[in-house]
Design a protein. Structure first.
Length: 304
């Protein structure tokens, strides 16, 4: 944490921008990006420091002390990046998903595949337990990626739960929050609420997200402190299992319309049996760029 200069906070904002861009794509998690860019544990710790105890600190020592305890500069820089990204890059990512899906998915596939190495090598001691956790994480994430999306559900307690679960997924490397909302059938409801300024729904989901974030961060923090290798093995497993979701070549089985939101149910195919132009050469280049980006990010993170 130490004394950071302005340039450090600008770098953190860029990491936030990358996290936001990843969260826009159903299938890629911002948590993966936080992990790769070396801010994951600080993020979990900072979220953890936000509790009712801050009110006491405020009463006794004023706002400055609260800001310091909550690591305010770090969170502000990071969330500024995430919001910039959600409002600007979201449009670009949506356009790429629509027009160049193979290249976009190939890029993310390379990125996420490299993260497997990256998170996995943080495991300092391998044992039977770490291998079991790795396999369990892979299987859970794989099953999550093959679940059929559920119908639209609009009850407020359910939306509260959706917000909580989606935000947990956002912090977890491997599983994406947007994808969890599609699975739960709340994606469309929430999107419509944002467009239609339905504040009752927005506030309910927001409260669920805050609840999920604060309680889940506590659990993760505890796991990191007490069972670091097992936690890392589980997270690595989540990332491996999620690769199924972002395989670039897919065959569409059926398309379901949830109002304006189209949910596509598809299956992975080999690039050689892909209907249409598989763009194999470009896809390989895009995947290599994604793959090497992780190692460049890591080099710059470890220099610090």
């Amino acid at each position: 944490m130490g004394n950071r200069k302005l340039i450090d906070y600008i770098v953190i904002t860029f990491k936030g921008i990358a996290m936001g861009a990843a969260d826009v794509v159903p299938g890629v998690s911002g948590g993966t990006i936080a992990f790769i860019s070396g801010i994951y544990e600080e993020l979990i710790t900072s979220i953890n420091n936000i509790d009712l105890g801050l009110l006491k600190v405020w009463k006794e020592n004023g706002f400055k002390a609260v800001w310091k305890k909550a690591n305010g500069n770090f969170l502000l820089a990071l969330f500024t990046g995430i919001f910039i990204s959600l409002f600007s890059l979201a449009t670009l990512v949506s356009w790429l998903l629509e027009n160049e899906p193979i290249l976009l998915w190939s890029f993310f596939f390379g990125l996420v595949a490299a993260s497997v190495f990256f998170v996995g090598k943080e495991i300092t001691k391998w044992s039977v337990a770490t291998i079991i956790f790795l396999l369990a994480g892979s299987i859970i994430a794989y099953f999550v990626t093959v679940l059929p999306p559920s119908q639209n559900i609009g009850s407020l307690p359910y939306l509260f739960l959706s917000g909580a679960l989606a935000v947990c997924a956002m912090i977890l490397p491997g599983i994406s929050g947007a994808f969890i909302l599609v699975l739960l059938g709340s994606y469309k409801t929430i999107l419509d609420a944002v467009h239609g300024r339905d504040f009752k729904v927005i506030v309910t989901v927001g409260l669920g997200a805050v609840f999920g974030l604060l309680s889940f961060a506590k659990l993760l923090k505890w796991m990191f402190n007490h069972h670091k290798n097992l936690t890392l093995a589980l997270l690595t497993g989540f990332i491996i299992g999620s690769l199924n979701k972002i395989w670039p070549w897919k065959k569409i089985l059926e398309t379901k319309a949830y109002g304006e939101k189209m949910v596509i149910i598809d299956t992975n195919v080999s690039p050689f049996s892909y209907e249409g132009d598989p763009q194999i050469m470009f896809a390989i280049v895009a995947a290599l760029i994604g793959f090497s980006l992780i190692f460049i990010l890591e080099k710059t993170a470890s220099k610090k």
